[in-house]
Design a protein around this ligand. Sequence first.
Ligand code: WT7
Length: 660
Amino acid sequence: MSGTQQTAQTSTLYPVPAAFAQSAHIGSREAYDKLCQEAQHDHTAYWGRLAREFLSWHQPFTQTLDERQAPFYKWFEDGLLNASYNCLDRQIEAGLGDKTAIIFEADDGQVSHVSYKELLSRVSRLANALKAQGVKKGDRVVLYLPMSVEGVVAMQACARIGATHSVVFGGFSAQSLRDRIEDAGAVMVITADEQVRGGKTLPLKAIVDEALTLGGCDSIRQVIVFQRTGGKVAFQAGRDLWMHELTAAQSDVCAPEWVSAEHPLFLLYTSGSTGKPKGVQHSTGGYLLHAAVTMKWTFDYKPDDVFWCTADIGWVTGHTYVAYGPLANGGTQLVFEGVPTYPDAARFWRMIEAHKVSIFYTAPTAIRALIKAAESDAKVHPRNFDLSSLRLLGTVGEPINPAAWEWYHREIGGGKCPIVDTFWQTETGGHMITPLPGAHALTPGSCTLPFPGIDAAIVDETGKEVPWGQGGLLVVRKPWPSMIRTIWGDPERFQKSYYPPDFGGKYYLAGDGAIRDVNTGYFTITGRIDDVLNVSGHRMGTMEIESALVSHPLVAEAAVVGRPDDLTGEAICAFVVLKRPRPEGDEAKQIANELRNHVGQEIGPIAKPKDIRFGDNLPKTRSGKIMRRLLRVVAKGEDVTQDTSTLENPAILDQLSQRN
Ligand code: WT7
């Protein structure tokens, strides 16, 4: 529980710029308090009101919240709607047909604009094509796609016909893709010939082919391939189909499938502290509601904004704030293919200037990397670019260190843009604790206060709220519409992971430690309290990496911990015992590399350990439990000062301190 041990702190407050507050949707602390009071007074009525205001219902719901099977909460269940209708058709009906929905910039800088009308027609063609291939309401479709208009189109097309999409990030390996396909029981994979990132291509279709040969994917009937590069791919007759050929043959009109608000819009796999990744199941109505409301209030979204969320659609951020939130508000957004450092580390700044981005949302890890680049190469410094179109900045995915916050505020925001540090999770569907930029003065490193209607609190192990200034466990005491519904195929794990009996089974346990500022009550997230690491804003389970290591024939045992890293937030550090004598020198380096590549193949490059240390054994208690607490100290390169008397083999710590 290292994440909860924090002391009280107070820091500088950045007031809300008056000009910003004046035109903001939620433009004062009073306006924020009023919404919180409304929710406090009648939680379900508050969310019911928003659901009616923000979404278009084909059939209105009569009951807002059904708690009978708690914690399997149901929201708006007898209401019928369609997510794609809410994102596309209704914008066109409101006169936004010719408005640009997506500005797409490819890895090589090529730009295209897609209007709402065109987007709807592309979504409808693909939706019809999916139907023609036999995809039905409730079927799962796995998307393994690059950042592209087609990625958004594919998600929306699934939503249109009531198919449940499950996007797998293009950086995951064939093995990981296979695991997700099997767990989801997907009937189809939609992929691309290749993905382009930073001038390099990655053969997505070939990885799909490999995944499908690994076994367990018999449910897959077709593979639809978006032609991104024209690179060579193998085609299996009867199974593989080109997206452009399928859609060309289809009508661009497709009636939306009206589904219950509880119908699963998507599954998204994420890492937990134990075992396999879990398929987080999200609903249609509650999820879309929160996507729409947070898009409008957290980002103070207005019709003239150009919104840019840099996240990949393979992560939840790319779901809520690329594929759904901006479109549900009729917004114009920038979607980019590539990496922040190609063709150089000024890509973001050049794009903001070129497309007059007004709201920019990215991850602390990207900011830290770009600070470093700007400091060593004046050519890529943001001061060379006109960033005056920006009016609001955001961060997500991991804590932002105050120094990076200050730089972002000064160099990117010109000292005038508020920064929304948004805390949330794959499971929460959208922002949970975040500044509303017209209402909250800001403290660097703090996500400030709960979104109105989110009953977040910090409690001790018994569920009792702790005083401000004291660290504890972050919980949410009332259900909210965009919450995870279950873990696909494993309701028990859902209940055990998120609604443990410790708090009467009534509180959602986020898995993070947090502390509130003694003066402002502002929340600061202090880190995970479980064995989940956050590497560059990506969530990695230590057990998953350990299993990958142990599946290598040379490995007898492995323990993985995180250690702080200036650039990636946390870095993966693996302690490994081989089945042969402990290697040293060049041999150790060579085996370490082999193991890194093995993990890359088992999970994906993002899971490759930065450090691998070899030992004759791991530090264990006499009962055989690995002492991760000590490994964390060793990983940091610090001397172990803790009591090691319970250790079976204290000498092992010296051995493990040596790097390869
Ligand atoms: C974990 C969730 C939220 C979408 C992307 C990541 C950490 C997330 C913040 C923040 C401090 C944060 C938490 C959380 N996290 N946002 N603003 N400040 N920590 O989603 O992969 O489900 O990871 O990311 O530890 O539990 P995810």
